[in-house]
Design a protein around this ligand. Structure first.
Ligand code: SF4
Ligand code: SF4
Ligand code: FES
Length: 241
């Protein structure tokens, strides 16, 4: 199988981006985008369609098993994990366009600086400050929340998220839902206040983020549970479970 990879290149954060087209061939219908990028980098002799040697393509990965979220990028207009995207399934007439996530500053090529996500996690105190144990009623939400990879795919499609906004998007909803579901009393009140300010007030509930989440997080379930605990029940001063 032959594919034309159209890769958005950018030497560094101040350089002009450009599209480099590379013809890539594989016999394996399971070849992932991550495999193609690795092979091109490891080979070192690939040429683009204009005959230029392809310099090392910068991109991030760690687990290569859909577990870490590092390899998130835009593949044929959709944010996806490169290690979980087969060329045979994502191409359009043999063409696979590969771009960096656009909601974050480009460091080089397909590598972006996602530190705003971690700054936002710190801003909403996305951790339990006391010891709380989940039970039969909270296990499911705690489990769903824990599956978030912090990849940023949800932010890519969210119409309301941009860097610097008070609205932090679904990458904070997931960990925040765990905090809200498990905590009580003053901890719950503090978490609820931040949840309302940094998520509830800005979310349009379109669930576009759910459609692209590689971890298949049930965003609507988290929303319902978190809203019930943080927005409605907290108003009566008591959390009911
Ligand atoms: S909610 Fe899904 S898309 Fe968003 S950061 Fe977590 S795993 Fe990625
Ligand atoms: S439901 Fe819509 S507005 Fe809310 S986080 Fe998801 S994409 Fe953004
Ligand atoms: S490298 Fe970890 S999710 Fe792709």
């Amino acid at each position: 199988m032959k594919y034309r990879l159209e890769i958005m290149r950018q030497k560094d954060s101040t350089s002009e981006p450009y599209l480099q087209c590379i013809d890539y061939e594989t016999d394996d219908c399971n070849t992932a985008v991550s495999t193609a990028l690795s092979q091109i980098n490891n080979n070192g002799n690939y040429k683009d369609i204009n005959g230029n040697i392809v310099s090392h393509i910068s991109w991030e990965c760690s687990c290569l098993q859909k577990k870490c979220g590092a390899c998130a990028m835009v593949i044929n207009s959709k944010p996806r994990l490169a290690c979980d995207t087969k060329l045979s399934e994502c191409n359009i007439n043999g063409v696979v366009k590969i771009e960096p996530l656009k909601k974050f500053p480009v460091v080089s090529d397909l590598t972006v600086d996602r530190s705003i996500m971690f700054e936002n996690l710190k801003a909403i105190n996305a951790w339990l400050s006391s010891e709380y144990r989940s039970d039969d009623k909270t296990n499911n939400t705690a489990y769903i929340s824990s599956r978030c990879l912090q990849c940023g795919c949800c932010l890519e499609v969210c119409p309301n998220f941009y860097a610097g906004s008070e609205f932090f998007g679904t990458s904070v909803l997931a960990p925040m839902s765990r905090v809200i579901t498990l905590s009580e009393n003053e901890d719950l009140k503090a978490a609820s206040k931040l949840y309302k300010k940094n998520y509830y007030s800005g979310c349009g509930k379109s669930l576009a983020c759910k459609d692209v989440c590689p971890a298949k997080i049930d965003v609507d379930d988290l929303l319902v549970n978190s809203n019930a605990a943080a927005v409605w029940r907290i108003g009566f001063g008591k959390k009911k479970r």
